[in-house]
Design a protein. Sequence first.
Length: 332
Amino acid sequence: MKPEVAMKHFSIWKKIAACVLFLNIVFTAFTTELLTPAPSAGDLTMRGMSFGPSLNIGPGSKIFNGGSLSLLADYDNRQMLSMILQDKDGTLVVIDGGWDIDAAHLTEVLRSKGGHVSGWFITHPHSDHVGALVQILKNPDSQITIDHIYYSLADLSWYEKVEPSRNDMVHSLISAFAALPAEKLRTVQKDQEIQLGQIKAKVLNDPYLLDATSVNNSSVAYKFFLNNVSILVLGDMGPEAGELLAAQRSAEDLKSDIVQMSHHGQYGVNKEVYAMIKPQIALWPCPLWLWNNDNGGGIGSGDWKTLETRKWMEELGVKVNYSIKDGDQIIY
């Protein structure tokens, strides 16, 4: 080969090598250590990072090993809590359920999963949490069967005293319960553990009967385990109940991989409680207006505390947030 031809070939190979090196640098620069929710299905995808022992996942992995967590969206742009856990064998657990107008969507989702609920857990008897359950119990055509309902309520007289303007739902819930066989109703108590298929639930407190935001603060907190992933449900606990929970439980009791943001992410438990929980994933049962603290005048125009709470979670290192403002949120 002539020298000039050889030099030409060498120059071409140098350019190819330089191009490969450049592409490698660019690819490395954009492979960040961030964990974000996949927008289409709510799966967790990850690049170059692990959650820790219980959430050690890689690209394409499923943290629930065939199970799922569904945080359902509201029907009418309202805050509410409706959550479904399903293990890989099909066992279904429901937490709260949302407003009465959310019953249709919840029913549709449960039917798509077989329609048989092993355990329905109630945090507290507000309309945006148990309205859908009451509707389903009153509807003989719902095609939803429920083995057991788990709850802890105060005496009816207490609700009438602390929230007389909102106790209609308590009466409706008790009335719906009265129509059920007694064996379906299970009153829970602090430290009780319940095993349903491969889903375990631990009751963290008895209702706190406080004077401030009374029924919200009476929420029962549950710690669920699905495929060794822990999910802490706080219901609508406020700062006062959060302080009592933190004082009565150890850091190990509260530490959880996933947390449901208390009181829809605004004026719930304090930052110190979330610091004890140390979640990797936050579930926000709030619509867009509440997510942005928007009373109609733009972001930050309302008097809700959501923006402050969002800042807390960022400071605590939470990198994955699921909100019903984006529709049904499903983690596999």
